[in-house]
Design a protein around this ligand. Structure first.
Ligand code: PLP
Length: 420
């Protein structure tokens, strides 16, 4: 009898050990971690250099409250991250996870508006489907009814535009007109809401769990940048899943000319070694907030030295091992393999992704894009079968949360040809 509860599904095997891309349960069964947990373990499990850095930090100090002490670990990691960001994004605020990072970005944006005479701006436009976290503020910008519906009375839903799922709408994602078509929905929404009321647009550069590795159509990202600039709307890039090399560059948004005003990261930053997240903002947003009393925000564990020491060692490993390049190379290989499976199995209706954020989607009919019958729960059945065979993958319902089955295949970025 366990005292834990997470989901209705039955108990899972108990984890014993993890090394590299593999995990073992207490019965000695080996699993290939084909989803890096929940797209977290970017550098693989039990990396010796990270463990050493953590041990060293533990021997010095595991906690120093941020209002009492600066710590070397958080200073060094902040500098490292600022150097990896687009020009001008130099101000880093540490948190312990993705939802906290999103909340931090939203609140900084709002406080910037208040301190610069733009107090009428508070609406944050985001996309549906889209996922930004499970705390109430992050849920308000999440477009995924199965997760938001029970909590509607407790939060203020923010405006949504459709995610650019060209493959479902029968449009060609390589045609620049498609990118403009979806991006212009943002402008229409800003105009409909009233430009003076819109604070920010929050977007996953490559879609995560809710859309299944959705890559934006050509021209989309550049156009949304342009639209945000035109209307004085901040562009917040949710890099919680795409950051730390997952898509083949350090940030997912580095693939396009769409410089964010704020970046939020988490998963691959702590890479499963410690709970860690970061919000990195443009200097010009932070200056007026600090000048006028400071940021009215902060979690107790923010900037925890052990988490930051782990994060710094993780980012060093990404650089030293060339893991962005490996993600790009192995990602191309994986996409080719998945496309091969699509040729072979009618049931696979779409394959998509960038770097090692890849997915395939089951469909009843590839031409009409009709999803499999809802009762089939194909995504869960596939995951269960793979799990029984020692392969971990990640699945979600993709359409309105009751239809459409996609499987994310996102191994650690250290994956080799042999693992593939
Ligand atoms: N944003 C994105 C894009 C995510 O994929 C997630 C988690 O899956 C979050 C935010 C929330 O992160 P966390 O679960 O660490 O709170």
């Amino acid at each position: 009898m366990s005292n834990l509860f997470y989901q209705a599904q039955g108990r899972k095997p108990t984890l014993d050990q993890s090394r590299g891309v593999y995990m073992w349960d207490q019965d000695g069964k080996r699993y290939l971690d084909g989803s890096s947990g929940a797209m977290v373990c970017n550098i693989g499990h039990s990396n010796e250099n990270v463990l050493t850095a953590m041990r060293r930090q533990m021997e010095k100090s595991t906690f120093g409250y941020r209002l009492h002490f600066e710590t070397e670990a958080s200073e060094h990691l902040a500098t490292k991250l600022a150097n990896l960001m687009p020009e001008g994004l130099n101000k880093v605020f540490f948190v312990s996870g993705g939802s906290e990072a999103v909340e931090t970005g939203l609140k900084l944006a709002r406080q910037y508006a208040v301190t610069t005479g733009q107090g009428s701006r508070w609406k944050v436009i985001s996309r549906a489907p889209g996922y930004h976290g499970c705390s109430l503020g992050a849920l308000a910008v999440t477009g995924y009814a199965p997760l938001t519906a029970p909590f509607e009375p407790m939060m203020r839903q923010m405006p949504k535009i459709p995610a650019p799922r060209a493959y479902l709408d029968g449009l060609d994602a390589d045609d620049p007109a498609t990118g403009l078509h979806y991006a212009d929905m943002l402008e229409q929404k800003i105009l409909a809401e009233g430009p003076d009321s819109v604070l920010a647009f929050l977007v996953e550069p490559v879609g995560g769990a809710s859309t299944g590795a959705l890559v934006p159509p050509r021209g989309y990202m550049e156009r949304i940048r342009e639209i945000c600039t035109r209307h004085g709307v901040l562009l917040i890039m949710d890099e919680v899943m795409t950051g730390a090399g997952r898509t083949g560059k350090f940030l997912g948004s580095d693939h396009w000319l769409a410089r964010p005003d704020i970046v939020v990261m988490s998963k691959g930053l702590g890479a499963g070694y410690m709970p860690l997240g970061a919000m990195i903002a443009d200097d010009r947003l932070v200056a007026p907030v600090l000048d006028q009393g400071g940021f009215a925000h902060g979690f107790t564990y923010a900037g925890n030295p052990l988490a930051c020491a782990a994060g710094l060692a993780v980012v060093n490993e990404i650089e030293m091992q060339g893991l962005c390049a490996n993600a790009a190379e192995q990602g191309d290989r994986l996409l080719a393999r998945l496309n091969g499976l699509m040729q072979k199995y009618e049931l696979i209706g779409d394959v998509r992704g960038k770097g090692l954020l890849t997915a395939f989607e089951f469909m009843a009919d590839r031409n009409s894009k009709a999803p499999l019958p809802a009762g089939l729960n194909a995504h869960q059945r596939f995951v269960d079968i793979a799990y029984a065979k020692g392969l971990i993958v990640y699945s979600r319902r993709t359409r309105d949360g009751t239809h459409g089955d996609h499987i994310l295949v996102c191994p650690p970025l250290i994956v080799s040809d042999a693992h593939m």
